[in-house]
Design a protein around this ligand. Structure first.
Ligand code: PLP
Length: 412
C-alpha cells in the first residue's frame, strides 16, 4: 500500500524505539503518533513483554494447536474470555493477523448458519467505508476500494450498506439490511472505522443492528482489530455502543504488536453448533496461537491492567483532542475538530471539493514527519493513534507540530 516512489525517494529505516518515540539509523527521533500502524499499545521498549517472550523461548518456542494445545494459548484464551465485551463469548479461535481473524469469523458465521439448517444464509453485510484487511475473505467485506475488481475478489455474497454517520443514513443502512435479512449469515462492523480516517457510526445504527441480528439470528461480528485493548478509552469499543457481538475479531494491540497474533472471541451458541454436530471449522494456520505470541499477549494484558492504560487512553485522548482543537483556528477552516474516542482520533481536512486530494494528504503527512511526528494518512485527512503510553510531553510535541502544519495549510 506504499507508493513505490516514496520508498525509493526517502526510505526511513527505524532502528530503535522508546515509549512512543522511534529513532532512525541517523539518530533522528520521531514521535510515533500512529503507534506504527495503531499497534504498539505499550510502547516500543516494554521490558515486561520482552521478558515474557524470552522466558517462553526457554520452555516452548513453538507449539501447534492442530490436535494439541499449549499452556500460553490456554491461559490467554481464559483471560480473553474474562475480558470479553459481552456475555456468552466463551470460546477463542487463534490466527496470525487481523485479516486471518476476519476470514475465520466469516467462515464461522457461514458454517454456523448451515449447521443450524439455514443453507441459504451465505451473505454478509458490511459498511461501505469499512476496512477489514487484505486477504481475499477480509477484502471481500472491505468497502474501501483496494482493487477488489482488479484482483477478482468475489463480492457476490456481500451486501455493502452506506456508512451510517447520521440518523438518516443509519435508517437507510438498516432498511437495506432488513430487506436482505433472509440471506444474511452475519453483519461485520468496525465499532469505529479506522482506515476510513476515523468515522464514528451513529448510535441508532448500532441499536437497530443489535435488534435485527438478535431477532433473525444473524451473527454480529465486531471487528475490533483497531479499536481493541483500550485504544478508544474502554477495553473494547463495542461496550461504548451497547453492541453485543457474537464474534469479536482482535489483533492489533493484543501483544503490543511484538509478535503476529489474532484471536476471534466466539459466542457459546456458535461453538455449540459445531460441537453438537462434531463439526470442525476446517481452517487454521501453522503459526496460529504461537506460544511466544501468546506469552507476549498475557504480559501485555498485565501491563495494560497494572499501568491502567485504558483509563490513560481516555484521559490523554481527551487532552490530545483538546490540544488539536486549540490549534484549529490556524487552519482557517481547512481542518475540522478531531473525531473519535480515546486515543483513536481523526482530523478531517477540508479541500476545495470536500475531501482533500491524496497528494495534499501525503504532503501534510510528510510535513508532520519533517517536524518529527508520524501521523497516519487517510483519504479524509490524518489519524492520531499513538501508543497508549504516550505522555503529556508527547502530546505537546504532536500539538506543536499540528499548529505548524495548520499554519501552512493551503488546500484551496
Ligand atoms: N480490521 C481492521 C479494523 C483493521 O484496522 C485492520 C488493519 O488495519 C485489519 C482488520 C487487518 O489487520 P491485519 O493488517 O493485521 O491483517
Amino acid at each position: 500500500m506504499t507508493p513505490m516512489a516514496s520508498y525509493l525517494k526517502a526510505p526511513v529505516t527505524i532502528t530503535g524505539g522508546s515509549g512512543a518515540r522511534l529513532f532512525d539509523e541517523e539518530g533522528t527521533e520521531y514521535l510515533s503518533a500512529n503507534a506504527a500502524l495503531w499497534n504498539v499499545h505499550c510502547g516500543f521498549d516494554e521490558p515486561r513483554i520482552g521478558d515474557a517472550i524470552r522466558e517462553q523461548l526457554d520452555s516452548l518456542p513453538y507449539g501447534t494447536l492442530f490436535r494439541f494445545a499449549h499452556e500460553p494459548a490456554l491461559q490467554l484464551a481464559r483471560r480473553l474470555v474474562e475480558l470479553a465485551p459481552a456475555s456468552g463469548l466463551t470460546r477463542v479461535f487463534y490466527g496470525t493477523s487481523g485479516a486471518s481473524g476476519v476470514d475465520a469469523a466469516l467462515k464461522l458465521a457461514r458454517r454456523y448458519q448451515r449447521l443450524v439448517g439455514r443453507p441459504g444464509r451465505a451473505s454478509v453485510g458490511a459498511l461501505a467505508d469499512s476496512y477489514h484487511g487484505t486477504l481475499y475473505g477480509a477484502l471481500s467485506v472491505t468497502g474501501e476500494d483496494l482493487g477488489q475488481d482488479e484482483y477478482a475478489v468475489d463480492r457476490s455474497t456481500v451486501v455493502h450498506v452506506p456508512t451510517p454517520l447520521d440518523a438518516e443514513t443509519a435508517a437507510a443502512a438498516l432498511e437495506r439490511l432488513r430487506e436482505r435479512a433472509d440471506g444474511l449469515a452475519a453483519v461485520i462492523v468496525e465499532p469505529i472505522l479506522g482506515s476510513a480516517g476515523v468515522l464514528v457510526p451513529h448510535q441508532d445504527f448500532f441499536t437497530g443492528l443489535g435488534e435485527l441480528c438478535r431477532s433473525r439470528d444473524i451473527l454480529l461480528i465486531a471487528d475490533e482489530v483497531a479499536t481493541g485493548f483500550g485504544r478508544t478509552g474502554t477495553m473494547f469499543c463495542s461496550e461504548q455502543f451497547g453492541l453485543e457481538p457474537d464474534l469479536v475479531v482482535l489483533s492489533k494491540g493484543i501483544n503490543s504488536g511484538y509478535l503476529p497474533l489474532s484471536a476471534v472471541l466466539v459466542h457459546e451458541r456458535v461453538w455449540s453448533a459445531f460441537q453438537e454436530r462434531e463439526a470442525s471449522l476446517l481452517t487454521g494456520e501453522t503459526q496460529a496461537g504461537n506460544p511466544l505470541a501468546c506469552a507476549a499477549a498475557l504480559a501485555t494484558l498485565e501491563v495494560i491492567e497494572d499501568d491502567k492504560l485504558v483509563a490513560r487512553a481516555a484521559r490523554l485522548g481527551a487532552e490530545l483532542s483538546a490540544a488539536i482543537t486549540d490549534a484549529l483556528p490556524r487552519a482557517r477552516g481547512q481542518a475540522r475538530e478531531p473525531v473519535g474516542r480515546g486515543l483513536m482520533l481523526g482530523v478531517h481536512l477540508q479541500g476545495s471539493g470536500g475531501l482533500p486530494g491524496m497528494d495534499e494528504v501525503n504532503a501534510v503527512v510528510e510535513r508532520f514527519r519533517s517536524l518529527g511526528v508520524i501521523v497516519h494518512p487517510s483519504e479524509r485527512g490524518f489519524g492520531l493513534l499513538p501508543p497508549l503510553v504516550v505522555t503529556e510531553d508527547d502530546i505537546g510535541t504532536i500539538a506543536e507540530a499540528a499548529a505548524r502544519v495548520f499554519d501552512e495549510l493551503d488546500l484551496r
